[in-house]
Design a protein around this ligand. Structure first.
Ligand code: BGC
Length: 550
């Protein structure tokens, strides 16, 4: 039994797991209404198993008015009828488990949807009522309370306060349809414990915690903020809005619940905090693991990648956790496109104004062949690293981002908020192509809720399945080989030419990446897998090779 197989069966299965993110509305549509559904996913479980992944993470599938792609949850313990039913959810979990695939669901504890029963009750109840105390309601300023309670902007705002008919205002860090909970209220804690128990009892193995650093806020005096940048976020646990030390008390309570299960439920925090504050989210008495998005925001440069890798392995060591790696997700430009966006027009940057990762608009032609080469090289490098890797649906097909969705078909609030200045996140959320032709390229028997470009046919699963040299087969081969190779959780750097990175893992295998546009000499060793065709002992430009060392 390989060390990895042993690990997969243990309570530490998550430490080096590969987790595949499914954005349910865009994965597979069974009933033909143009929106992906649980039955669609059930029909693709064999496909998921063929990828040798360890878990899937389902982005929100809960009832929602879709003000923010489902991150506006109207009921945390149900399934959106457009996506399925709780029975179907149980069937999905059972089927995934039968193939050895575990399941993460997304928990969105900072805010609900304004359609949530609690918010509706709050609207019907008077100021000062217990119903309003679950959210952050305040009187406005000005003679007639006509001014917001404080000068606060929001991520998708622009305003961070919205007025209700009786004149009070409520606070929201995201869209006005996403009112923030007041976590100083015990009822909110109990409600989320109930939700976590509900899904854990249904067999869910893990949770991805949305905006995990924002729950606890200091509301006296009310926060004023026009920027959410890390530059203005304090890094000592005393910031008014983010990353306050008290937030970890919540996660300690969650951990006590997770540990009542066998194996204990796991969690990964999405926390955009100062890097040295990240380990606090990954402690064994807290959530256990925290996302690092540092590769995702890195330039395609060996030195930048090496620093990110070193820093994050060190952070993980501080807490006894393992690190996470991400190249693509539902919020950013797919890496097959992002990695060739010319310097100065970075695809994803951390926006100083908004403390938010912003997808810049893409103008002009991009060298997508190079983008694909870099994406495959980056993925192979990532899969060789200690820690767990998060893949985003469609990256195994080498899908580029869709950069030309007509404005009137956009759905993302980031697009509307930026008035076209920022690229919408819809480009990475376009439904997957399963076949080269037919309605919605096999996504389902009907249409597609976001328009699919004609060139999608070239990337379809059907076109790549079983075809040597395809991106899909590269992912399959690398993921299954990874299971036989992984040992330990450390790496050692090996000397390599400028513009390359070479590291060795326990067990005597190594990964070398060429970040340059020129081929270089390939070190000697037994070739295990390569992201490009290898000939005459050369490591091609923008490629990664795994080598067994003698
Ligand atoms: C999610 C975004 C969402 C935001 C607000 C983020 O963490 O990934 O898609 O818009 O939280 O819930």
């Amino acid at each position: 039994m390989s060390e990895y197989t042993f690990l997969r069966g243990s309570k530490d299965w998550w430490r080096q797991a590969v987790v595949y993110q499914i954005y349910p509305r865009s994965f597979a549509d069974h009933n033909g209404d143009g929106i992906g559904d649980l039955k669609g996913i059930i029909g693709k479980v064999d496909y998921l198993a063929s990828l040798s992944i360890d878990a899937v993470w389902l982005s929100p599938f809960y009832p929602s008015d879709l003000a923010d792609g489902g991150y506006d949850v109207a009921d945390y313990r149900d399934v959106d009828p457009r996506i399925g039913t709780l029975d179907e959810f149980d069937q999905l979990v059972e089927k995934l488990h039968s193939k050895g695939i575990r399941v993460f669901v997304d928990i969105v504890p900072n805010h609900s949807s304004d359609r949530h029963v609690w918010f509706q009750e709050a609207l019907r109840s008077p100021r000062g009522s217990k119903e309003r105390a679950r959210y952050i309601f305040r009187d406005g300023r000005g003679e007639a309370f006509e001014l917001p309670p404080s000068d606060l902007s929001s991520h998708f705002g622009p305003e961070g306060w919205t007025r209700v008919p009786d004149g009070q205002w409520y606070m929201h860090l995201f869209t006005k349809e996403q009112p923030d909970f007041d976590w100083s209220n015990r009822e909110v804690h109990d409600e989320f414990l109930k939700t976590l128990k509900f899904w854990s009892d249904r067999g869910v193995d893990g949770f991805r915690i949305d905006v995990a650093h924002a729950l606890v806020k200091q509301l006296e005096p009310l926060p004023t903020r026009s920027s959410y940048s890390l530059e203005v976020m304090k890094d000592d646990g005393t910031d008014q809005l983010f990353d306050r030390d008290e937030v970890h008390e919540i996660y300690r309570e969650w951990r006590a619940l997770f540990n009542q299960y066998d194996p204990p439920r796991v969690a990964v925090a999405e926390a955009w905090v100062h890097p040295h504050r990240r380990p606090a989210y990954a402690t064994t008495d807290g959530l256990g693991q925290a996302f690092n998005f540092d590769l995702l925001t890195s330039a395609w440069e060996s030195a930048a990648f090496q620093k990110v890798i070193d820093d994050n392995l060190a952070f993980a060591e501080q807490t006894g956790s393992s690190t996470t790696w991400v190249m693509s997700n539902h919020d950013v430009i797919r890496h097959a496109t992002r990695l060739v966006i010319p310097a100065g027009k970075e695809g994803v940057t951390f926006d100083a104004e908004n403390h938010w990762y912003v997808n810049h608009r893409l103008d002009g032609d991009l060298d997508l062949a190079k983008g694909l080469a870099r994406a495959k090289a980056a993925t192979l490098l990532m899969l060789a690293l200690p820690g767990s890797s998060y893949l985003y649906q469609g990256e195994e097909l080498g899908l580029p981002d869709v950069t030309d969705i007509p404005s009137e078909q956009m759905q993302d609030p980031q697009w509307f908020r930026g008035e076209g200045k920022f690229k919408s996140r819809d480009g990475c959320r376009v439904p997957l192509p399963w076949s080269a032709s037919g309605p919605s390229f096999g996504f389902g028997p009907g249409g597609s809720h976001l328009p699919q470009p004609q060139w999608y046919s070239r990337y379809a699963v059907e076109v790549q399945d079983g075809i040597q040299g395809s991106t899909l087969e590269l992912y399959r081969a690398a993921l299954s080989m990874r299971r036989t190779l992984i040992q330990g959780e450390t790496l050692s750097w090996l000397p390599s030419p400028v513009g390359t990175l070479w590291f060795e893992r326990e067990g005597g295998w190594s990964s070398i990446t060429n970040f340059t546009d020129q081929e270089i000499e390939l070190p000697t060793g037994e070739l295990l897998i390569a992201s490009e065709d290898i000939s005459a002992g050369k490591l091609p430009a923008n490629s990664t090779v795994w080598l067994k060392l003698s």
